[in-house]
Design a binder for this molecule. Structure first.
Ligand SMILES: *Cc1c(COP(=O)(O)O)cnc(C)c1O
Length: 394
Protein backbone atom coordinates (compact mmCIF):
# COMPACT_ATOMS: atom_id res chain seq x y z
CA UNK A 1 0.00 0.00 0.00
CA UNK A 2 1.38 3.43 -0.87
CA UNK A 3 1.72 6.21 1.66
CA UNK A 4 -0.99 8.21 -0.07
CA UNK A 5 -3.53 5.40 0.01
CA UNK A 6 -2.83 4.62 3.63
CA UNK A 7 -2.90 8.27 4.70
CA UNK A 8 -6.25 8.82 3.02
CA UNK A 9 -7.85 6.14 5.19
CA UNK A 10 -6.68 7.51 8.51
CA UNK A 11 -8.85 10.30 9.88
CA UNK A 12 -6.87 13.23 11.20
CA UNK A 13 -7.29 14.22 14.81
CA UNK A 14 -5.75 17.66 14.36
CA UNK A 15 -5.98 19.74 11.19
CA UNK A 16 -3.21 22.33 11.59
CA UNK A 17 -3.31 23.54 8.01
CA UNK A 18 -2.99 27.01 6.53
CA UNK A 19 -6.53 26.95 5.20
CA UNK A 20 -9.09 25.80 4.78
CA UNK A 21 -9.11 25.27 8.51
CA UNK A 22 -11.53 23.30 10.62
CA UNK A 23 -14.39 25.53 11.82
CA UNK A 24 -15.33 26.73 15.28
CA UNK A 25 -18.10 24.52 16.77
CA UNK A 26 -20.58 27.43 16.82
CA UNK A 27 -19.96 27.96 13.09
CA UNK A 28 -20.63 24.30 12.33
CA UNK A 29 -23.90 24.35 14.22
CA UNK A 30 -25.00 27.63 12.55
CA UNK A 31 -24.42 26.03 9.15
CA UNK A 32 -27.04 23.40 10.01
CA UNK A 33 -29.94 25.83 10.54
CA UNK A 34 -32.96 25.73 8.17
CA UNK A 35 -32.30 27.46 4.85
CA UNK A 36 -34.47 30.57 4.53
CA UNK A 37 -35.81 31.83 1.20
CA UNK A 38 -33.46 34.67 0.26
CA UNK A 39 -36.36 37.10 -0.32
CA UNK A 40 -37.99 36.24 3.00
CA UNK A 41 -37.85 39.55 4.88
CA UNK A 42 -36.37 37.60 7.79
CA UNK A 43 -33.36 36.63 5.67
CA UNK A 44 -33.01 40.11 4.16
CA UNK A 45 -32.92 41.58 7.67
CA UNK A 46 -30.45 38.93 8.76
CA UNK A 47 -28.20 39.69 5.78
CA UNK A 48 -28.14 43.40 6.64
CA UNK A 49 -27.38 42.61 10.28
CA UNK A 50 -24.50 40.27 9.34
CA UNK A 51 -22.96 42.80 6.92
CA UNK A 52 -23.05 45.51 9.58
CA UNK A 53 -21.45 43.23 12.17
CA UNK A 54 -18.84 42.20 9.63
CA UNK A 55 -18.09 45.89 9.07
CA UNK A 56 -17.55 46.22 12.81
CA UNK A 57 -15.18 43.25 12.79
CA UNK A 58 -13.27 44.79 9.88
CA UNK A 59 -13.31 48.22 11.58
CA UNK A 60 -14.21 49.43 8.12
CA UNK A 61 -15.60 52.90 7.48
CA UNK A 62 -18.35 51.48 5.24
CA UNK A 63 -20.43 48.32 5.05
CA UNK A 64 -18.36 45.57 3.37
CA UNK A 65 -19.28 43.52 0.30
CA UNK A 66 -19.57 39.75 0.35
CA UNK A 67 -19.23 37.83 -2.92
CA UNK A 68 -20.62 34.33 -2.99
CA UNK A 69 -17.54 32.26 -3.68
CA UNK A 70 -14.26 31.51 -1.91
CA UNK A 71 -11.76 34.41 -1.81
CA UNK A 72 -10.21 33.79 -5.21
CA UNK A 73 -13.51 35.16 -6.57
CA UNK A 74 -13.03 38.42 -4.66
CA UNK A 75 -9.42 38.73 -5.80
CA UNK A 76 -10.24 38.18 -9.46
CA UNK A 77 -13.29 40.45 -9.22
CA UNK A 78 -11.17 43.28 -7.80
CA UNK A 79 -8.70 43.04 -10.71
CA UNK A 80 -11.50 43.03 -13.29
CA UNK A 81 -13.43 45.84 -11.60
CA UNK A 82 -10.59 48.27 -10.94
CA UNK A 83 -8.24 47.97 -13.89
CA UNK A 84 -9.28 49.92 -17.00
CA UNK A 85 -7.75 49.28 -20.45
CA UNK A 86 -5.64 52.47 -20.34
CA UNK A 87 -4.21 51.88 -16.85
CA UNK A 88 -0.64 51.47 -15.71
CA UNK A 89 -0.51 48.96 -12.84
CA UNK A 90 2.14 47.81 -10.40
CA UNK A 91 2.10 44.33 -8.86
CA UNK A 92 4.19 43.52 -5.79
CA UNK A 93 5.18 39.86 -5.65
CA UNK A 94 6.97 38.22 -2.75
CA UNK A 95 5.39 34.81 -3.18
CA UNK A 96 3.04 32.54 -5.09
CA UNK A 97 -0.17 34.51 -4.41
CA UNK A 98 1.43 37.90 -5.07
CA UNK A 99 2.86 36.68 -8.36
CA UNK A 100 -0.44 34.99 -9.26
CA UNK A 101 -2.27 38.29 -8.88
CA UNK A 102 -0.16 39.69 -11.68
CA UNK A 103 -1.75 37.15 -14.02
CA UNK A 104 -5.16 38.79 -13.45
CA UNK A 105 -3.84 42.34 -13.70
CA UNK A 106 -1.61 41.92 -16.75
CA UNK A 107 -4.22 41.21 -19.46
CA UNK A 108 -6.48 44.08 -18.30
CA UNK A 109 -3.92 46.91 -18.12
CA UNK A 110 -2.21 48.94 -20.81
CA UNK A 111 1.10 48.58 -19.02
CA UNK A 112 1.98 46.07 -16.33
CA UNK A 113 4.94 46.37 -13.98
CA UNK A 114 6.13 44.18 -11.18
CA UNK A 115 8.51 44.35 -8.24
CA UNK A 116 9.60 40.90 -7.10
CA UNK A 117 11.61 39.61 -4.19
CA UNK A 118 12.78 36.10 -3.44
CA UNK A 119 9.99 34.01 -1.92
CA UNK A 120 11.43 34.03 1.60
CA UNK A 121 11.59 37.83 1.77
CA UNK A 122 9.26 40.85 1.87
CA UNK A 123 8.72 43.80 -0.49
CA UNK A 124 10.98 46.77 0.24
CA UNK A 125 8.91 49.98 0.57
CA UNK A 126 11.85 51.96 -0.89
CA UNK A 127 11.52 50.05 -4.17
CA UNK A 128 7.83 50.99 -4.32
CA UNK A 129 8.64 54.63 -3.60
CA UNK A 130 11.28 54.66 -6.36
CA UNK A 131 8.91 53.10 -8.91
CA UNK A 132 6.02 55.46 -8.14
CA UNK A 133 8.28 58.53 -8.17
CA UNK A 134 9.27 57.59 -11.73
CA UNK A 135 5.75 56.47 -12.71
CA UNK A 136 3.37 58.99 -11.15
CA UNK A 137 0.61 57.92 -13.59
CA UNK A 138 0.32 54.45 -11.96
CA UNK A 139 -3.38 53.77 -11.33
CA UNK A 140 -3.39 50.58 -9.25
CA UNK A 141 -0.88 48.89 -6.92
CA UNK A 142 -1.54 45.34 -5.66
CA UNK A 143 0.08 43.40 -2.84
CA UNK A 144 -0.43 40.19 -0.88
CA UNK A 145 -0.33 40.87 2.88
CA UNK A 146 0.62 37.37 4.02
CA UNK A 147 1.87 35.24 1.15
CA UNK A 148 0.75 31.95 2.64
CA UNK A 149 2.94 29.50 0.62
CA UNK A 150 5.95 31.38 2.07
CA UNK A 151 4.56 32.28 5.50
CA UNK A 152 5.92 35.83 5.18
CA UNK A 153 4.31 39.20 5.90
CA UNK A 154 4.66 42.33 3.75
CA UNK A 155 4.80 45.83 5.32
CA UNK A 156 1.36 46.85 4.02
CA UNK A 157 1.09 50.01 6.10
CA UNK A 158 4.39 51.59 5.03
CA UNK A 159 3.72 50.68 1.41
CA UNK A 160 0.09 51.86 1.60
CA UNK A 161 1.13 55.30 2.75
CA UNK A 162 3.53 55.56 -0.19
CA UNK A 163 0.84 54.41 -2.63
CA UNK A 164 -1.64 56.95 -1.29
CA UNK A 165 0.91 59.77 -1.47
CA UNK A 166 1.30 59.03 -5.19
CA UNK A 167 -2.46 58.88 -5.76
CA UNK A 168 -2.75 55.24 -6.89
CA UNK A 169 -5.41 52.78 -5.68
CA UNK A 170 -4.18 50.11 -3.29
CA UNK A 171 -5.49 46.52 -3.43
CA UNK A 172 -4.51 44.18 -0.60
CA UNK A 173 -5.01 40.39 -0.45
CA UNK A 174 -5.25 39.77 3.27
CA UNK A 175 -7.11 36.46 2.98
CA UNK A 176 -4.82 34.58 5.35
CA UNK A 177 -3.89 37.39 7.75
CA UNK A 178 -7.09 39.33 8.51
CA UNK A 179 -8.76 38.25 11.76
CA UNK A 180 -5.45 36.76 12.89
CA UNK A 181 -3.41 39.94 12.62
CA UNK A 182 -4.41 43.59 12.91
CA UNK A 183 -5.33 45.14 9.55
CA UNK A 184 -6.00 48.85 10.02
CA UNK A 185 -7.71 49.69 6.74
CA UNK A 186 -7.45 53.46 7.16
CA UNK A 187 -3.89 53.60 8.51
CA UNK A 188 -2.79 51.24 5.71
CA UNK A 189 -4.62 53.43 3.13
CA UNK A 190 -6.31 50.34 1.63
CA UNK A 191 -8.80 50.98 -1.18
CA UNK A 192 -9.84 47.38 -1.73
CA UNK A 193 -9.19 44.79 0.96
CA UNK A 194 -9.95 41.22 -0.07
CA UNK A 195 -10.25 38.61 2.62
CA UNK A 196 -12.33 35.59 3.51
CA UNK A 197 -13.85 33.71 6.43
CA UNK A 198 -12.06 30.42 5.72
CA UNK A 199 -8.73 31.22 7.35
CA UNK A 200 -8.48 33.07 10.66
CA UNK A 201 -12.24 33.51 11.18
CA UNK A 202 -12.73 29.74 11.41
CA UNK A 203 -15.51 29.34 8.80
CA UNK A 204 -15.63 27.06 5.72
CA UNK A 205 -14.38 28.18 2.30
CA UNK A 206 -17.28 29.68 0.32
CA UNK A 207 -17.32 33.48 0.59
CA UNK A 208 -15.18 36.50 -0.32
CA UNK A 209 -15.16 39.58 1.90
CA UNK A 210 -14.22 42.97 0.44
CA UNK A 211 -14.02 46.53 1.66
CA UNK A 212 -14.18 49.25 -1.00
CA UNK A 213 -13.15 52.89 -0.50
CA UNK A 214 -15.03 55.85 -2.04
CA UNK A 215 -12.16 56.30 -4.50
CA UNK A 216 -12.33 52.65 -5.50
CA UNK A 217 -16.12 52.78 -6.06
CA UNK A 218 -15.63 55.84 -8.29
CA UNK A 219 -12.92 54.03 -10.28
CA UNK A 220 -15.10 50.94 -10.77
CA UNK A 221 -18.12 53.02 -11.77
CA UNK A 222 -16.06 54.89 -14.36
CA UNK A 223 -14.39 51.73 -15.69
CA UNK A 224 -16.13 50.59 -18.92
CA UNK A 225 -14.73 47.07 -18.49
CA UNK A 226 -15.82 46.60 -14.84
CA UNK A 227 -18.10 43.52 -14.79
CA UNK A 228 -21.82 44.02 -14.30
CA UNK A 229 -24.56 41.36 -14.30
CA UNK A 230 -21.74 38.88 -13.69
CA UNK A 231 -20.52 36.55 -10.97
CA UNK A 232 -17.35 38.72 -11.04
CA UNK A 233 -19.25 41.96 -10.41
CA UNK A 234 -18.55 43.90 -7.23
CA UNK A 235 -20.74 46.81 -8.42
CA UNK A 236 -23.84 44.55 -8.54
CA UNK A 237 -23.53 43.97 -4.79
CA UNK A 238 -22.98 47.60 -3.74
CA UNK A 239 -26.39 48.06 -2.11
CA UNK A 240 -27.36 44.41 -1.65
CA UNK A 241 -26.62 44.59 2.09
CA UNK A 242 -29.70 46.79 2.61
CA UNK A 243 -32.77 44.81 3.71
CA UNK A 244 -34.83 47.02 1.36
CA UNK A 245 -32.83 45.98 -1.74
CA UNK A 246 -32.79 42.73 -3.68
CA UNK A 247 -29.82 40.45 -4.33
CA UNK A 248 -28.19 40.25 -7.79
CA UNK A 249 -28.45 36.47 -7.41
CA UNK A 250 -29.04 34.00 -4.59
CA UNK A 251 -26.63 34.45 -1.72
CA UNK A 252 -25.14 31.38 -0.01
CA UNK A 253 -27.71 31.37 2.78
CA UNK A 254 -26.09 28.76 5.03
CA UNK A 255 -22.65 30.31 4.65
CA UNK A 256 -24.05 33.65 5.80
CA UNK A 257 -25.29 31.91 8.97
CA UNK A 258 -21.80 30.48 9.45
CA UNK A 259 -20.23 33.88 8.82
CA UNK A 260 -22.42 35.46 11.49
CA UNK A 261 -21.35 32.85 14.04
CA UNK A 262 -17.67 33.42 13.16
CA UNK A 263 -18.01 37.20 13.40
CA UNK A 264 -19.93 36.98 16.68
CA UNK A 265 -17.24 34.84 18.18
CA UNK A 266 -14.49 37.17 16.96
CA UNK A 267 -16.22 40.25 18.37
CA UNK A 268 -17.12 38.57 21.67
CA UNK A 269 -13.60 37.30 22.26
CA UNK A 270 -12.23 40.69 21.21
CA UNK A 271 -10.01 41.19 18.14
CA UNK A 272 -6.96 42.18 20.22
CA UNK A 273 -7.20 38.94 22.24
CA UNK A 274 -7.60 36.91 19.03
CA UNK A 275 -4.53 38.52 17.42
CA UNK A 276 -2.53 37.96 20.62
CA UNK A 277 -3.19 34.20 20.67
CA UNK A 278 -2.26 33.93 16.97
CA UNK A 279 1.04 35.75 17.65
CA UNK A 280 1.77 33.65 20.73
CA UNK A 281 1.12 30.36 18.94
CA UNK A 282 3.47 31.29 16.10
CA UNK A 283 6.11 32.51 18.52
CA UNK A 284 5.98 29.23 20.47
CA UNK A 285 6.16 27.28 17.21
CA UNK A 286 9.21 29.22 15.98
CA UNK A 287 10.98 28.78 19.32
CA UNK A 288 10.42 25.02 19.12
CA UNK A 289 11.55 24.78 15.49
CA UNK A 290 14.82 26.55 16.33
CA UNK A 291 15.36 24.46 19.47
CA UNK A 292 15.04 21.33 17.29
CA UNK A 293 17.72 22.83 15.03
CA UNK A 294 15.45 23.13 12.05
CA UNK A 295 15.47 26.29 9.91
CA UNK A 296 12.65 28.75 9.45
CA UNK A 297 11.91 29.56 5.81
CA UNK A 298 11.51 33.32 6.35
CA UNK A 299 14.71 35.26 5.72
CA UNK A 300 14.19 37.19 8.99
CA UNK A 301 12.05 36.35 11.96
CA UNK A 302 10.42 39.84 11.89
CA UNK A 303 8.66 38.90 8.64
CA UNK A 304 7.54 35.43 9.81
CA UNK A 305 3.75 35.24 9.82
CA UNK A 306 1.76 35.02 13.08
CA UNK A 307 -0.82 32.85 11.28
CA UNK A 308 1.47 30.25 9.67
CA UNK A 309 4.96 28.94 10.37
CA UNK A 310 7.04 27.76 7.42
CA UNK A 311 9.87 25.34 8.08
CA UNK A 312 12.62 24.51 5.57
CA UNK A 313 12.67 20.84 4.63
CA UNK A 314 15.95 19.25 5.75
CA UNK A 315 18.14 17.95 2.88
CA UNK A 316 16.84 14.77 1.32
CA UNK A 317 13.44 14.73 3.06
CA UNK A 318 10.42 14.27 0.83
CA UNK A 319 7.61 16.54 2.00
CA UNK A 320 4.79 14.15 1.06
CA UNK A 321 6.40 11.33 3.03
CA UNK A 322 6.84 13.69 5.98
CA UNK A 323 3.25 14.93 5.97
CA UNK A 324 1.86 11.41 5.51
CA UNK A 325 3.89 10.12 8.44
CA UNK A 326 2.69 13.00 10.61
CA UNK A 327 -0.87 12.13 9.73
CA UNK A 328 -0.62 8.34 10.08
CA UNK A 329 1.35 8.20 13.30
CA UNK A 330 0.21 11.35 15.08
CA UNK A 331 -3.09 12.34 13.47
CA UNK A 332 -1.65 15.75 12.63
CA UNK A 333 -2.30 17.28 9.20
CA UNK A 334 -0.13 20.19 8.07
CA UNK A 335 0.20 21.98 4.70
CA UNK A 336 2.70 21.54 1.90
CA UNK A 337 4.38 24.32 -0.04
CA UNK A 338 2.79 25.51 -3.29
CA UNK A 339 4.29 25.93 -6.76
CA UNK A 340 7.78 27.44 -6.25
CA UNK A 341 7.81 26.54 -2.55
CA UNK A 342 6.62 22.93 -3.07
CA UNK A 343 8.97 20.32 -1.58
CA UNK A 344 11.14 23.10 -0.12
CA UNK A 345 9.17 23.65 3.07
CA UNK A 346 6.22 22.54 5.18
CA UNK A 347 3.70 24.85 6.81
CA UNK A 348 1.89 24.74 10.13
CA UNK A 349 -1.20 26.94 10.28
CA UNK A 350 -2.18 28.96 13.34
CA UNK A 351 -5.56 30.17 12.19
CA UNK A 352 -8.73 30.70 14.20
CA UNK A 353 -9.56 27.46 16.03
CA UNK A 354 -5.91 26.27 15.90
CA UNK A 355 -4.37 29.57 17.02
CA UNK A 356 -3.98 28.37 20.60
CA UNK A 357 -0.39 28.05 21.80
CA UNK A 358 -0.65 24.42 22.93
CA UNK A 359 -1.18 23.37 19.30
CA UNK A 360 2.45 24.32 18.66
CA UNK A 361 3.48 21.47 20.94
CA UNK A 362 1.35 19.00 19.00
CA UNK A 363 2.87 20.16 15.73
CA UNK A 364 6.43 20.10 17.07
CA UNK A 365 6.03 16.61 18.51
CA UNK A 366 4.60 15.17 15.29
CA UNK A 367 7.13 17.00 13.12
CA UNK A 368 10.10 15.97 15.27
CA UNK A 369 8.93 12.37 15.56
CA UNK A 370 8.29 11.93 11.83
CA UNK A 371 11.60 13.57 10.89
CA UNK A 372 13.54 11.40 13.37
CA UNK A 373 12.22 8.32 11.63
CA UNK A 374 12.67 9.56 8.06
CA UNK A 375 16.18 10.92 8.62
CA UNK A 376 17.13 8.07 10.95
CA UNK A 377 18.52 10.62 13.37
CA UNK A 378 16.83 11.62 16.64
CA UNK A 379 15.44 15.16 16.71
CA UNK A 380 15.49 16.88 20.09
CA UNK A 381 11.71 16.95 20.65
CA UNK A 382 12.23 17.56 24.36
CA UNK A 383 14.15 20.77 23.66
CA UNK A 384 11.48 21.89 21.18
CA UNK A 385 8.65 21.30 23.65
CA UNK A 386 10.56 23.06 26.44
CA UNK A 387 11.25 26.08 24.21
CA UNK A 388 7.61 26.33 23.10
CA UNK A 389 6.35 25.91 26.65
CA UNK A 390 8.69 28.67 27.85
CA UNK A 391 7.06 31.04 25.34
CA UNK A 392 3.58 29.92 26.41
CA UNK A 393 4.41 30.53 30.08
CA UNK A 394 5.64 33.99 29.02
C1 LIG B 1 -6.17 31.03 0.96
C2 LIG B 1 -5.74 32.21 0.23
C3 LIG B 1 -6.47 32.70 -0.84
C4 LIG B 1 -7.69 31.98 -1.34
O1 LIG B 1 -7.27 31.04 -2.22
P1 LIG B 1 -7.38 29.46 -2.11
O2 LIG B 1 -5.98 28.96 -2.24
O3 LIG B 1 -8.20 29.03 -3.25
O4 LIG B 1 -8.02 29.12 -0.80
C5 LIG B 1 -6.03 33.85 -1.46
N1 LIG B 1 -4.94 34.51 -1.03
C6 LIG B 1 -4.19 34.07 0.00
C7 LIG B 1 -2.99 34.84 0.42
C8 LIG B 1 -4.58 32.91 0.66
O5 LIG B 1 -3.86 32.44 1.70
Amino acid sequence: MTHTQKAAEVPALFTLTTGPVNCYPEVLSALGKPVLYDYDPAFMALYERVMKKLGKALRAPDVPIVLQGEPVLGLEAAAHSLVAPDDKVLNLASGVYGAGYGEWLKPRAESFHEIRTSYNDAIDPKAVEAFLAQNPDTAVVAICHHDTPSGTINPIQEIGQIVQKHGALYVVDSVSAWAGVEVDIEACCIDVLVTGPNKCLGCPPALSILTVSEKAWAKMEANPTAPRASILSILDWKDAWKASEGFPFTPSVSEIYGLEAGVDRYLEEGPEAVWARHAKTAEAMRAGVKAMELDLWAAREEIASPTCTTIKLPEGVDETELRNKMKEQYGVVISSGRAETFNKLVRVGHMGPTAYPLYSILALTALGGALSEIMNKPMDIGAAVAAAEAVIRG
